[in-house]
Write a protein that binds this ligand. Structure first.
Ligand SMILES: [Zn+2]
Length: 249
């Protein structure tokens, strides 16, 4: 009965979600414009037709160029569509039914957050707040008794980053980490609970360090280098959600 599996709807839907998330990320500086107005070419302003909005297919058919002005629109829309599909397939390999949907919602939110952080060093409230709320809702649906510990974990995640931020400002007299990261770690707490939060932070820190070293192969890594840490917290959250905390073995 594999063709009637619960994976089919989220997997088929995912490229469209990815396409929408691409718009969300591109317009994250002006969130009031995300749901209004037609899809337009960001280069020439021409309204896109339905046939230009087929995820993955349109991009490949037009070779990543606008049908009207012929300018390259870049790989970003395609990357978001494929990544959203990847999130759905990865979730479907581990979960089914309600848990699969929950996993997709988390993965898609984390994907959008990671993309806004990588592109603009931004973790917008309109993504972190729904991620916190969705995590608590899912915790409550899975086991009502987990609502309280997960709420405390969300508060703890926020306070941990806010505390680090305070210490950093005290010691270095400049901004080290944003409150967006605090809200993102709050979302992590809501989804994976307190006992898994250290794994999220550790995975986030290790992958961020690897990223910094990779970027700086030629020169020395400096503490002043700006790193989209939220993208790595999002990755850590995703891995821990799928496979559980590191120490639980
Ligand atoms: Zn155009």
């Amino acid at each position: 009965m594999i063709f009637l599996g619960s994976w089919i709807v989220p997997v088929l839907l995912s490229p469209f979600i990815g396409s929408f998330l691409g718009v969300v990320v591109t317009r994250s500086g002006t969130p009031d414009k995300i749901l209004v107005g037609r899809s337009v070419c960001v280069l020439c302003g021409t309204a896109l037709k339905i046939r230009d909005l087929v995820p993955i297919g349109s991009w490949i058919l037009l070779r990543g160029r606008c049908r009207n002005c012929g300018q390259a629109i870049g790989r970003f829309p395609l990357v978001m569509e494929l990544a959203a599909l990847f999130v759905a397939l990865w979730s479907a390999s581990l979960f089914s039914d309600g848990l699969l949907w929950a996993s997709c919602v988390l993965g898609w939110l984390l994907l959008a957050l990671a993309a806004t952080d990588l592109k603009y060093f931004l973790l917008p409230d309109f993504l972190t707040f729904p991620a916190i709320a969705a995590g608590l809702l899912v915790a409550w649906l899975i086991a009502p008794a987990s609502l309280l510990p997960n709420t405390l974990a969300a508060a703890g995640g926020y306070m941990f980053v806010a505390g680090l931020r305070y210490l950093y400002r005290l010691l270095r007299r400049r901004e080290g980490i944003g409150l967006g990261d605090a809200k993102l770690l709050a979302a992590s707490g809501a989804w994976v609970s307190w006992y898994a939060l250290p794994s999220v932070v550790l995975l986030g820190a290790l992958t961020a360090l690897a990223f910094a070293l990779w970027n700086k192969r030629s020169g020395a890594v400096s503490l002043a280098d700006r790193i989209p840490f939220g993208a790595f917290l999002a990755l850590g959250t995703w891995i821990v959600w799928l496979y559980g905390p590191l120490a639980a073995g």
